[in-house]
Write a protein that binds this ligand. Structure first.
Ligand SMILES: NC(=O)c1ccc[n+]([C@@H]2O[C@H](COP(=O)([O-])OP(=O)(O)OC[C@H]3O[C@@H](n4cnc5c(N)ncnc54)[C@H](OP(=O)(O)O)[C@@H]3O)[C@@H](O)[C@H]2O)c1
Length: 268
């Protein structure tokens, strides 16, 4: 059944990685999609491929670091679609390395793309959703939000911020018809920012496929799920230990090899 028939979706991060796979899953269920990213060429390739499959997909190149471009994006989407039923804040960047050695510019850029852009796009789109008493905002966070990754502190902070901001809005807007869901993927295989390293994640941490992330997005929309962790290992138990005893949680991360893995991944 095409449960998303005619729904208008704005999906950020549509040029590569997980975004195009989420887009295809939504399009197969009948959604009309506007994809954004900076790269006009890569975005056009994805849009052309999806259009050839008979899907209604449009690309709008935008640099999400720039507030005026974020505002213009929403104006342009409204011009093309007239409404936005679903916003998927998927674009993200990862600034890895020893925190003390990162430039302030790269830290700011990470916060701008991963946290400020979703907040501003939502702020621009939300009044319309509240007025029509329907809408869904999906935020693609990460398991790094549940257990901060060493050498990945800025990314972890932005993803945790995204998740708790999303939870706060979910509670604030209960009963308005506007829903918020957060997806927490583990290390994603095959495509995306982790796969590009060409390494295997530690056994205890596990991994997931991009199509599992796409499936979680569909599940969140269909069932109004608040939060979904997408991962091959039952990490929820480790996250529970973190909550009950952060010291024990840190020890588990160290002895499991997760800290060494992160250090090696960034060449430290
Ligand atoms: N891959 C993983 O293992 C993993 C795990 C957990 C969570 N996640 C999350 O999943 C989401 C997608 O990740 P991914 O692995 O697919 O990442 P990716 O392959 O690096 O793709 C990132 C996407 O974001 C866009 N983007 C980056 N900076 C932008 C900017 N300034 N303005 C507009 N668009 C921008 C990129 O397009 P342009 O470069 O063309 O702008 C691209 O389409 C992210 O939020 C990430 O944090 C990923």
């Amino acid at each position: 059944m095409k449960v998303l028939d005619g729904k208008k979706v704005l999906l950020t991060g549509g040029s590569r990685g997980i975004g195009p796979i989420i887009a295809e899953s939504l399009a197969k269920r009948g959604a009309d999609i506007i994809l954004t990213a900076r790269s006009d060429t890569k975005l056009s390739e994805v849009v052309t491929r999806l259009n050839k499959s008979g899907f209604n997909v449009l690309g709008l190149p935008v640099d999400l670091r720039d507030s005026s471009q974020r505002e213009q994006l929403v104006i342009d989407v409204m011009k093309n679609f007239g409404t936005i039923d679903i916003l998927i804040n998927n674009a993200g960047i990862e600034t890895e390395g020893a925190y003390a050695e990162l430039s302030w510019a790269s830290i700011r850029e990470n916060i701008e793309v991963n946290l400020i852009a979703p907040m501003e796009l939502t702020r621009l789109i939300l009044p319309g959703m509240i007025n029509k008493k329907s809408g869904h905002i999906i935020n693609i966070s990460s398991i790094a939000a549940k257990s901060g990754g060493p050498y990945d502190a800025v990314y972890s902070g932005t993803k945790a911020g995204l998740a708790e901001w999303s939870r706060a809005l979910r509670l604030e807007l209960t009963g308005t018809g506007v829903h918020f869901s957060t997806i927490f993927p583990g290390y994603v295989r095959e495509v995306g920012m982790f796969a590009q390293f060409g390494v295997k994640s530690p056994w205890i941490i596990g991994s997931c496929s991009p199509s599992q992330v796409a499936k979680a997005v569909i599940n969140a929309i269909d069932k109004g799920k608040a939060e979904i962790i997408v991962n091959s290992r039952p990490l929820r138990y480790i996250f529970m230990i973190n909550e009950l005893s952060p010291g024990l949680g840190d020890w588990l991360m160290r002895i499991s090899g997760a800290v060494d893995f992160q250090r090696h991944k960034v060449g430290k």
